[in-house]
Design a protein around this ligand. Structure first.
Ligand code: ADE
Length: 239
């Protein structure tokens, strides 16, 4: 049986997938790590979905690279999936043709944009350039855009981040993809990122209010995209 593992930061991003695939909560299987596991059989695929879990102090979902790294390591080592899908929301760039609600698939490689290590060799290592699967046919059949995912630890963006994005070609800005991609690469596990755009970076309206306003719509689109991708994965032996 083929196994897919979704790694998702926020519960709101995960809810449509848990409902559609009929996944059952297994709880905080890796406690004291905060991640939360959901699992089920859909068609004849074993689907595991792992969220980062919540911070006890604030009651909020953990976002960012530390939680994503921990979740990815535990999930991939334990469930040994054939494919990891990092599903989530992201910022896009109007200058690169992005619109709020667009769904992008990862493309070419995945990078960081806020690692400033000005030593030859380590500068490249800091950016990552981690592999992802060829998403061309999924993008064509599902009508999705494709873009280079770029990850940092902040929702906003400073000028130096923009310089790094110019160097790497990064165009889909999130807070987890590269961390997960690093772990997937260590395990030689194929990775696809599916990112739904909640906000346009550099728009007049602040990123945080765009994010809050568009989160529901973007998570619905994210879910619909993931349903199509799973059906395609199930039907296509080449994936
Ligand atoms: N998630 C959603 N929007 C984002 C942005 N602009 N930057 C980083 N992560 C995000």
């Amino acid at each position: 049986m083929k196994k897919i593992c979704f790694i998702v930061a926020m519960q709101a991003e995960a809810d449509p997938l848990i409902g559609h695939f009929g996944l059952k909560s297994l709880g905080a299987v890796f406690s004291p790590a905060p991640c939360h596991v959901f699992q089920g059989i859909y068609k004849d695929l074993e689907i595991t979905l792992v969220t980062n879990g919540k911070d006890d102090g604030t009651g909020l979902d953990y976002v960012g690279c530390e939680a994503a790294t921990l979740t990815a390591q535990l999930a991939i080592a334990h469930y040994c999936p054939d494919l990891v899908v990092n599903a989530g929301t992201a910022g896009g760039f109007a200058s690169k043709g992005a619109c709020v609600g667009d769904v992008y698939l990862s493309h070419k490689y995945i990078v960081f944009h806020d690692r400033r290590v000005g030593v030859p060799g380590w500068d490249r290592m800091g950016k990552g350039y981690y592999p992802c699967i060829d998403s061309d046919s999924l993008a064509r059949s599902g009508g999705f855009k494709q873009g280079i995912c770029t990850t940092g630890s902040s929702l906003d963006m400073i000028a130096e981040d923009a310089v790094q994005m110019q160097q790497t070609g990064g165009e889909i800005k999130d807070m987890e993809a590269a961390a997960i991609a690093w772990v997937a690469q260590l395990h030689h596990t194929p990775l696809l990122c599916v990112k739904s755009i909640t906000d346009l970076v550099g728009a007049e309206k602040p990123t945080a209010s765009q994010f809050r306003e568009n989160l529901n719509m973007a998570t619905r689109r994210l879910g619909e995209a993931c349903f199509k991708i799973v059906d395609e994965y199930w039907a296509d032996d080449r994936l």
